[in-house]
Design a protein around this ligand. Structure first.
Ligand code: PGA
Length: 250
C-alpha cells in the first residue's frame, strides 16, 4: 500500500479528482467503482468543476457503486442513488445505462446481490475503486468480522455505523438497518484502489490498517493483500501513525 500524506481534506480531494481524471482521460472505456459518504463529496465537486471547464468525456465511463441501503426508495434524499445523482451524475454527460448501483428495493435482495457480483465479474473487476474508510475500519459496508471472501451481500449495519450515518437522517431510528454492499472479495477484484481518509475520527482505523496484522477486525487491513492500493490521508487521519511508518509507505 502506498500512502500519500496530504495537509488537508481539500488537498486529498484535489489529489483524488486528478487521479480519477487521469483514468477517465487515458482510457477510452473505464470502469470506475464509486463510493458515497462525506469523504468524496469534494472530490466529486472537483470532477464536476473540471467537466464544466473542459467538457471531459464520460460517455464511455461505466460506474459501479459500492453499496446502497436496503428498503429506502431511490428518490429518498438519503439513498445512495440520490447522493450520486446529486453530487456527480446529474452534472456530467454519463449515460444512465452506464451507471450501476445496487437496488436496495429489489423484491429479492439476495438475488440482486448475486446479480451485482455477476456484473462485476463480467467486466473482470473495476479498473479503479474509490473507497472511504469507516471509523471502525469498514470498507463499503463490510463491517468488522466480515470474512475476506465475501462477495456482494446483504449486511446488518452496526450501531456505530448507523450512528455515524444518522447525521444525514432525521434521527437514528430513521437510519436503515440493512444494506447491500460489494463484499471484500468484490473490492479485491479491482485492478486499482484509491482509499481516502480525512479527519481524526479515521486515525485509529488508518493506524490499524497500516500497523496491525491483516485481520477481519479491521476490514481495510485486507488491502495489504492487494498489489495496487493508494491511500490518500490528511494530517489528522495519519495522526496515530508513527513518522517512520509514514515514510516507509510514501
Ligand atoms: P464518510 O464515510 O466518508 O462519511 O466518513 C466513510 C465510510 O463509512 O466508508
Amino acid at each position: 500500500m502506498k500512502l500519500v500524506k496530504v495537509k488537508s481534506h481539500e488537498e486529498m480531494s484535489v489529489f483524488a479528482a486528478n487521479y480519477i481524471l487521469d483514468k477517465v482521460k487515458s482510457n477510452s472505456q473505464v470502469n470506475l467503482g464509486l463510493a458515497t459518504g462525506g469523504t468524496p463529496v469534494r472530490t466529486y465537486e472537483l470532477l464536476v468543476d473540471d467537466y464544466r471547464r473542459n467538457s471531459t468525456y464520460y460517455q464511455n465511463v461505466y460506474t459501479y457503486n459500492l453499496d446502497e441501503y436496503v428498503g429506502i426508495p431511490i428518490d429518498h434524499p438519503n439513498s445512495y442513488h440520490a447522493f450520486m445523482f446529486e453530487h456527480l451524475f446529474n452534472h456530467i454527460n454519463i449515460p444512465e445505462k452506464n451507471i450501476h448501483i445496487p437496488n436496495g428495493l429489489s423484491e429479492d435482495i439476495y438475488e440482486e446481490a448475486h446479480n451485482y457480483e455477476t456484473i462485476i465479474d463480467g467486466i473482470g473487476g473495476v479498473d479503479l475503486q474509490l473507497l472511504g474508510i469507516g471509523e471502525n475500519g469498514h470498507i463499503g459496508f463490510n463491517e468488522p468480522g466480515t470474512p475476506f471472501d465475501r462477495e456482494t451481500h446483504i449486511v446488518t449495519l452496526t450501531e456505530s455505523t448507523r450512528k455515524a450515518n444518522s447525521r444525514y437522517f432525521e434521527s437514528l431510528d430513521h437510519v436503515p438497518e440493512r444494506a447491500i454492499t460489494m463484499g471484500i472479495a468484490s473490492i479485491l477484484k479491482s485492478r486499482g484502489i484509491l482509499l481516502l481518509a480525512s479527519g481524526e475520527s479515521k486515525a485509529e482505523a488508518i493506524s490499524q490498517m497500516f500497523t496491525g496484522k491483516s485481520s477481519i477486525d479491521c476490514p481495510a487491513s485486507v488491502l495489504k493483500y492487494h498489489p495496487n492500493v493508494v491511500v490518500v490521508a490528511d494530517e489528522q487521519a495519519v495522526s496515530k501513525l508513527k513518522a517512520a511508518m509514514i515514510l516507509s509507505h510514501s
